[in-house]
Structure formats: C-alpha cells, structure tokens
Design a protein around this ligand. Structure first.
Ligand code: HXC
Length: 508
C-alpha cells in the first residue's frame, strides 16, 4: 500500500473515533448511540457518504489550539432512506460535548445548502451542549447561519429534527423552525434556560426531564411531535415517517404499490355513529378504515387529542389527515388543537400533500381560559391555513358540524373541493337545545322540548346544507374510501393559485 493511501486510512480511522473510546463508552453508558451509529440505523445500509470528515475548528483561546478532533463534533453528509436521497447531520457528543463551533456550523450549513440545491430533505440528529463556550460570538454567528438556512428551506424541502441528547439555550431554535421534532424519552431535553436558571429567576425547582423532556414537550407544550423509548426506536420511526414525505415542494408525493383495493367497502362504518349525539366514538377507527392497509402515522398523538393529525396513503400516495376526535373534549376546537392542526395543514399545503378532513365538531371550547389565551387569534390560524391551502381538499362530515367550526373545518366556502356528509351529519349554527334556549327564551320546559324537536328535525341532518350545494353529496359511510379515492384521482391535476403577494400575514 502506498504511503498516501496509508495516511488516508489512518486519518479516516481517527475521524471514526470521534472523541475517543472513553467518551464513546460514556455515551453508551447513558443508553445513547454515537453520532455514526445513529446514522447507520437511519440510512440505508452502505448509503452514507460523508463530507468534511477532516474539518477542524480554528479556535486558539483557552488551550483549544492543541485540542483538535477531525470532524469537530458533527458528522455530515448524505445517504438514502428506502432509496430516496436525504441530507443529514449528526452531532457527536463525544467531541467537545457536540458543542457548536464556527467550523461545526459551517458543516451543517454545507449540507443544508447542498440539500436546497438538489431539492432533498434534511434530517438533523441533535445532541449538543450548545454554543462552543471557548469560541464565544463565533459560535453564536454559526447558529444564526443555520437559523437563516432553516427559514429559507422552510416550505422548500422537508426538515426533520431528532433530539437525542441535550438541546439548550438558543440551540433549540433551529429544531423549532424545522417541520417535525422527534424526541427520545429520558434521554433528550430542550429548553431555553435550564433548571438552574429557572431556580434562580423564578424559584421553581424542576428537573431537566420535567422542564424539557420528551413527555413534557409531546404532551404539555406541543413543541415536539412524537416521543420514542430509545435511539433505535426513534431512528426507525423516522425512516417510516420519511417515506410519507415528498422530496421537496415540487416533486409531488411519493407513491408506492398497495394491494388494498381502492373501492374496498367498510360496512362497519355504517353503524359507527352512536344513537345519542352525546356519545363519543373513536375517530381513529374511521381514519384507519379509510386509508390504505389501515396504515396511519399519527403526529402529536399526546397533545391536543381533540384533534387528530397525521399521514396515510390512498392508492399508494401520501395524504394528510385532520380529524376532530369526539372522545376528547367532545372534539371541540380550542387553542391547542387549532395551532396543532393549522401548522399541519400548512405543511401539507407547502408540500402538495392532499388533505382529508373528517369533521365531528360541536364548536369552539367556551370559557375565560380560552378567550384570555387568545382563542380568537389561534382559531383563526386554522381558518387561515385551510382557506389559503390550494392542495386537493376532501372533507367528510360524519356527525356534528356546528357554528364557526363548521366553516373552519375545510368547508365548501374555504374552497373545499369535495365536501361529503354521512347521513348522520348535523350541520347547523349550534346544537338544538342551545339554539332553542336562545331563540325561544321564556318558554316553559315542555314548550322548549317541542321547539327543540322541531329544530332537530329541521337542522340535525345534512340535507339543508346539501340543498344549498354546501355538501356535494350525502354518501354511505361504507363507501367513504371509494369516494375519497375517486376524488383524489380527479383532483390529481388540480391547479389553483392564490393572488401574488410577498407573503401573507397569518394571525401568529
Ligand atoms: C464546549 C462543552 C460544552 C460547550 C459540554 N462541553 N458543553 N464544551 N462548549 N457548550 C464539553 C465538556 O466540557 C465535556 O468535555 C464534554 O463536553 C461532556 O460534557 P459533560 O459536562 O461532561 O457532560 P454531561 O455531564 O452529560 O453534561 C452535558 C451538559 C453540560 C448538560 C450539556 O455539558 C452542560 O451544561 N454544558 C454547557 C451547556 C451550556 O451552557 N451551553 C451554552 C448554552 S448557550 P470533556 O473534555 O470533559 O469530555 C447557547 C447559546 C446558543 O447555546 C445561542 C444560539 C442563538
């Protein structure tokens, strides 16, 4: 072997070792994989092509001139997931705690620039002590360079963040600007200020896990989308998730073969709506029975359960699903569910993923907590998102569609392409009892009961809306899949453009 090749091999081997065996062992002892092990699970076998393995930092302060490790704390490059190209970076906690130096940031920026050039998604595996303390402002500048690219890439290529260790301070803002955030339970955390600062400033005593762990962020804050038990589960789930996403905003949705007949009937849907309007049922069942092979990947299952969002496929092609869930808060819209669904609708619209909306909504959640919390602005986000969306939109009203929430949930008036209702649909300004209490105030209880029945007979059905053309057809529940499949075929070449503008002003 020539001396040159030997040197290459020796340098490659050194880069593979990151911060050395001791630190690799420490990483394993915490139940975490190393940056390279993670990439080997995320990407197809043998597909990873590394960039910048020999990059070193340029810091000379605090003795750093003598401490250089090839790669400088982040492994970057590209690979494939089930054959489709993806750009990746994976922070290496064994090298200066995965902290971000100027050189480290430049490596991340390079993969983001390459991804944008060719229109491929970016997946970032985050495990970092934050800004490289020895570098000071150079590191802060590096973060901002990454942030700027996150923003420019938003809506052009999908961006996914996996949080697999610490992610603190301003470092959380790069993941926050990506499309989806996955976390690992008991192993990852995200916060703007850690427990010590919280204690000093507010006197609250809180653990890292409580403050910014996977459970807190996937249930309470809604900052993260899904939580997984360990690194391996998170990485494998990310592969499945990736399969639903387009490569970029012009590529169209991915397609894969399915053996599920497009016209499969589901007789059980004919009886899924309970006899009493106050009785719940699980909207997941409706979703699963409609999609190819019952395969539904739910996003944010632990947060704002009154609305369900996620991905599935129809005839092998990705669709986004938004559905009210009668089992939680009777499926009403509130602040959290509106925000959750609005961002999802915007993601689907940005990436040309058709949206299926299943509606069973009694209205907006009343109360001071909601009003003071700004339900008006937050509810408007979902309204805005649906109204601006130009992708194919198919809506199925299964039961209630009351009040403003009827309008919001991809109604005909917001350019719904196909608006179907089941025979059990009730489309009105409000429920019969509430309506009668307002318009016939002062009547005796018996008289009100008569009027309530009258109101129900008049409005607790889909036919008034259908007589105005607001519902395109009242369909048999068992034929829902067939109707949606046919609709999506027809809408494949839908072309609709909003008026030119620099950008809109969604109520943030
Ligand atoms: C340089 C760092 C580092 C950092 C960790 N290390 N964080 N080196 N800059 N930010 C180094 C440690 O010195 C140590 O080196 C190795 O990484 C592992 O760190 P440990 O502390 O031993 O690990 P652990 O006990 O697991 O604790 C992890 C940690 C802790 C919780 C992340 O290291 C920590 O609190 N780090 C500082 C976090 C921080 O304050 N960062 C700046 C935030 S401000 P050796 O050689 O001993 O292995 C920020 C601003 C961004 O990020 C703004 C963007 C706009």
């Amino acid at each position: 072997m020539s001396a040159n090749i030997a040197e290459l091999e020796q340098r490659r081997a050194a880069a593979q070792m990151g911060g050395g065996q001791k630190r690799i062992d420490a990483q394993h002892a915490k139940g975490r994989l190393t940056a390279r092990e993670r990439l080997s699970i995320l990407l197809d076998e043998g597909s990873f092509e590394e960039l910048d393995a020999y990059v070193e930092h340029n810091c000379v302060d605090f003795g750093m001139a003598d401490q250089k490790i090839p790669g400088d704390g982040v492994v970057t490059g590209s690979g494939t997931i089930n054959g489709r190209l993806v750009y990746v970076y994976s922070q290496d906690f064994t090298v200066f705690g995965g902290s971000l130096s100027e050189a480290h940031a430049k490596k991340i920026c390079k993969v983001m620039d390459n991804a944008m050039k060719v229109g491929a998604p970016v997946i970032g595996l985050n495990d970092s002590g934050g800004a490289r303390i020895q570098e000071g402002v150079a590191s802060l500048g590096g973060y901002a360079e990454v942030f700027q690219r996150n923003v420019l890439a938003s809506g052009v290529v999908p961006q996914i963040s996996l949080i697999m260790g610490p992610c603190a301070g301003g470092a959380v803002y790069s993941p926050a600007m990506t499309d989806f955030i996955f976390m690992v339970k008991d192993s990852s955390y995200m916060f703007v200020t850690g427990p010590d600062v919280v204690k000093t400033v507010t006197n609250e005593v809180v653990s890292q896990e409580e403050l910014g762990g996977a459970i807190s962020h996937t249930t309470k804050s809604g900052v993260a989308d899904n939580a997984f038990e360990n690194d391996i589960e998170a990485l494998l789930a990310c592969r499945d998730f990736f399969d639903f996403l387009p490569e970029n905003n012009r590529s169209g949705v991915p397609e894969r073969p399915t053996s599920d007949p497009w016209d499969r009937q589901e007789p059980s849907l004919d009886t899924i709506i309970p006899p009493s309007a106050n009785q719940p049922y699980d909207m997941h069942e409706v979703i699963r029975k409609t999609l190819d092979e019952g395969d539904f990947l739910e996003v944010q299952p632990g947060h704002a359960g009154n609305i369900i969002i996620g991905f599935g496929r129809m005839e092998g092609r990705s669709v986004g699903i938004v559905a009210n869930q009668p089992m939680v808060l009777a499926g009403c819209l509130d602040i959290n569910s509106s925000r959750k669904a609005a961002r999802f609708v915007r993601f689907c619209d940005a990436f040309e993923i058709p949206i299926l909306t299943f509606v069973d909504v009694p209205g907006f959640l009343p109360g001071t907590a909601q009003e003071y919390g700004g339900i008006i602005k937050h509810g408007a986000k979902l309204l805005f998102a649906y109204a601006e969306a130009t992708v194919p939109k198919i809506t199925i009203i299964t039961r209630k569609a009351y009040g403003g929430a009827y309008d919001v949930m991809a109604s005909k008036h917001l350019r719904g392409d196909l608006n179907y209702a089941w025979p059990t649909a009730e489309i009105a300004v409000m429920g019969a009892k509430g309506a009668v209490e307002i318009i016939f105030r002062g009547l005796s209880a018996e008289e009100q009961a008569v009027k309530t029945k009258e109101y129900e007979d008049r409005f607790a059905n889909p036919f008034v809306a259908a007589s105005k053309g607001f519902i395109d057809e009242v369909i048999y529940p068992h034929s829902t899949r067939r109707r949606i499949a046919l609709g999506l075929r027809k809408l494949r070449n839908k072309a609709l453009e909003n008026p030119w503008k620099k950008h809109d002003n969604i109520p943030l």
